[in-house]
Design a protein around this ligand. Structure first.
Ligand SMILES: *Cc1c(COP(=O)(O)O)cnc(C)c1O
Length: 430
């Protein structure tokens, strides 16, 4: 189907998945196969030389995964996509063609905690350095650039919520520095924000969250805008220099705006191997069929809950970008005009003990370490995800003793509010 004339909701249902030509099956088949029969020896040789597009072995490509890749590229307004086994796998895979020992990235300080761990503790083992800067001042990116800088990394809407990056300002600085801007769009999803429209080069996702939508399937993705000139400044030899594994093939010269995506399958997935299971890709495709409907309800419910909590006597503060009181509200209106997502934090009066008692007293909410499920979720970061940190580090990470993080689901909103009210009442009863 042509992408040009259809709306987002139509593409979320149809892009990448036509009825099966062999059987007529209307639902996308799960191609639970490891390998694919070659037509003959010439066909096999052409596939291995990357002279024809097709399927060889499912570590590199699989038809169910390819359907998800087409759908995500379409919804993000990108040129190509590569799915991976998790969001974190996608982040490593995304940087892999850009980096080498000694290379640096500049990343925002308020990212998903796991991403900061990955950058601070694991990337140095590859010889990669992440310089962490406060993204509220976009010029901090400019100041951190050196000759070894290969990428900028931000989140459109940061986990835990409330923090919104000025994507256009940071994209301009990336453009001047000749490096790609990577945007983690997990919390916003393309329904709320399309970073490529604002100048992003690559968009990464944890599809584990709102895209799959029901807390069933780990997955990640990289969408390439197809707009970056990888030959600029000779900074990216893996993409625009001779590739030894393919007889000196230059991906950028050969594949143009598909160079990055072809490289991430033909080299990245081939050599690193974080392939997504076709069953997970299938469940994520199923989830994406209702992405717009779910996000609409997630955002409406989250706004109502945030407004309610802001007036609640047991609550000290609410950090939701959709509230006029929030410091990111102007950026929210620009980048997330349809809503500010459904993940946010609030502070309880009474600190740590009250926070713990709230999670112990919820009935409808699930107390767990995930976000983006259709069901409402809650966690007290100081006693769970951030408990290894010192008190000062916790406060700096937005995980102080009084902080609770919510991921508001799509239940009846009055039930969500009633559950929080009764848990807050029990937690503060002396
Ligand atoms: C969960 C998450 C990740 C990591 O994704 P996994 O699928 O858990 O590996 C990365 N970024 C953000 C914003 C996330 O919420």
């Amino acid at each position: 189907m042509s992408d040009k004339t259809y709306g987002f909701e139509t593409l979320a249902l149809h892009a990448g998945a036509a009825p099966d030509p062999t059987t007529g099956a209307r639902a996308l088949p799960i191609y639970q196969t490891t390998a694919y029969v070659f037509e003959d020896a010439d066909h096999a040789a052409a596939l291995f030389n990357l002279q024809t597009v097709g399927f060889i072995y499912s570590r590199l490509t699989n038809p169910t995964n390819a359907a998800l890749e087409t759908r995500l590229a379409t919804l993000e307004g990108g040129r190509g996509c590569t799915v991976a086994s998790s969001g974190h796998a996608a982040q490593v895979l995304a940087l892999f063609p850009l980096m080498s020992p000694g290379a640096e990235i500049v990343a925002a300080s308020r990212l998903y905690g796991g991403s900061l761990q990955q950058m601070k503790n694991t990337y140095p083992k590859f010889g990669w350095t992440a310089k962490i800067v406060d993204a509220d001042t976009p010029d901090n990116f400019k100041r951190a650039v050196t000759d070894n800088t290969k990428a900028f990394f931000i989140e459109s809407l940061a986990n835990p919520g409330g923090v919104i990056s000025d994507i256009e300002a940071i994209a301009r600085i990336a453009e001047d520095a000749g490096v790609p801007l990577l945007v983690d769009n997990t919390l916003a999803t393309p329904w709320l924000c399309r970073p490529i429209d604002h100048g992003a080069t690559l968009v990464v996702h944890s599809t584990t969250k709102f895209l799959s939508g029901t807390g069933t399937s780990m997955g990640g993705a990289i969408v390439d805008s197809g707009k970056f000139d990888w030959s600029r400044g000779a900074k990216f030899p893996s993409l625009a220099g001779p590739e030894p594994a393919y007889h000196g093939l230059n991906f950028y010269e050969t594949f143009g705006d598909m160079a990055y995506t072809f490289h991430s399958h033909a080299v990245g997935l081939r050599d690193l191997g974080p392939t997504q299971a076709p069953f997970n890709a299938w469940l994520t495709m199923l989830g994406m069929e209702t992405l717009g409907l779910r996000m609409e309800r997630h955002c409406a419910n989250a706004l109502a809950v945030a407004q309610h909590l802001e007036k609640h006597p047991a609550v000290a503060w609410v950090n939701y970008a959709g509230l006029p009181s929030n410091k990111y509200n102007a950026l929210a209106k620009k980048y997330l005009p349809k809503g500010s997502g459904s993940v946010f934090t609030f502070g309880v009066r009474g600190g740590y003990d009250v926070g713990v008692r709230v999670v112990d007293n919820v009935e409808l909410f699930s107390h767990l370490a995930n976000i983006g499920d259709a069901k409402s979720l809650i966690i007290h970061p100081a006693s769970t995800t951030h408990r290894q940190l010192s008190e000062d580090q916790r406060v700096a990470a937005g995980a102080g003793p009084d902080v609770l993080r919510l991921s508001i689901g799509i239940e009846t909103v009055a039930d969500i509010i009633a559950d929080l009210d009764q848990a807050l009442e029990k937690a503060t009863r002396s």
